[in-house]
Design a binder for this molecule. Sequence first.
Ligand SMILES: Nc1ncnc2c1ncn2[C@@H]1O[C@H](COP(=O)(O)OP(=O)(O)O)[C@@H](O)[C@H]1O
Ligand SMILES: [Mg+2]
Length: 265
Amino acid sequence: MEKKPAIIIRDLCKKYGHFAVLKHLNLDVYEGETVVILGRSGVGKSVLLKQMIGIETPDQGYVEVNGVRITDIPHSIRHRSVKNMGMLFQGAALFDSMNVLENTAFYLRQHESNLSEKEIHERVTHALTIVGLEGTQRKMPSDLSGGMRKRAALARLIVYRPRIILYDEPTTGLDPITAMQINKLIQATQQELQATSIVVTHDIRSAMEVGDRLAFHHDGKIHQIAPKEEFLHIDDPLIKAFFENAAVSYEELSTIKKEYRKKDD
Ligand SMILES: Nc1ncnc2c1ncn2[C@@H]1O[C@H](COP(=O)(O)OP(=O)(O)O)[C@@H](O)[C@H]1O
Ligand SMILES: [Mg+2]
């Protein structure tokens, strides 16, 4: 079967003042695949996602989603064109004043205003069941743990069945077990929606679990991209250095942190 790109990014440039973050970046993402974007902190991964979902406008180049150049559409009406896209933001970003039910229903009400309250409740209940949060409808975000907030944010996304999902650091800040649950949920979401996904992470374990292809973002470009098994064996000094830095286990990291604290005392 011939692979069809769902997302085409060409020559994408983005500067803040004189500081160029994206420098002629190119990327193709095929329908139904999950591409993981790896890269050092501050390299521009979140900036890339923001151009893709249309929150920001690039200085040059374009993003094409299912044949539509969303970067050419005026900002004020762009949200209509990115209806089929959803993004899981880094901090989960739930609305603090709304309970889980209202949070989960939020984008669904926006995107599909023709639904009855009964249908909304059914869709919300289904989404909350997928993420393992059934029965929490009346809880407020402040009553939830970090992992539960991530899951609620995921439910809020999958409830309107986007065809393309962007995840920004979905497991950052979570303990290893919760992180693993989120990885499983990303895979379950992929199955349920048959979506095309982009996952930004610096967690190699997550990347290997959820990704089909792995991309390495460096110096404003996608420096390398390959199927995940191949990616692990790419003979590239930048990628090797990245792996060596990232290969610190959770336990090792806490030990190092403790050592430094002692020195400062
Ligand atoms: N709105 C902005 N204004 C100025 N600089 C920004 C803005 N957004 C991001 N940057 C800068 O762009 C760089 C890349 O940021 P980001 O995409 O958040 O990195 P990461 O790869 O960690 O997600 C950083 O140096 C950041 O400070
Ligand atoms: Mg980021």
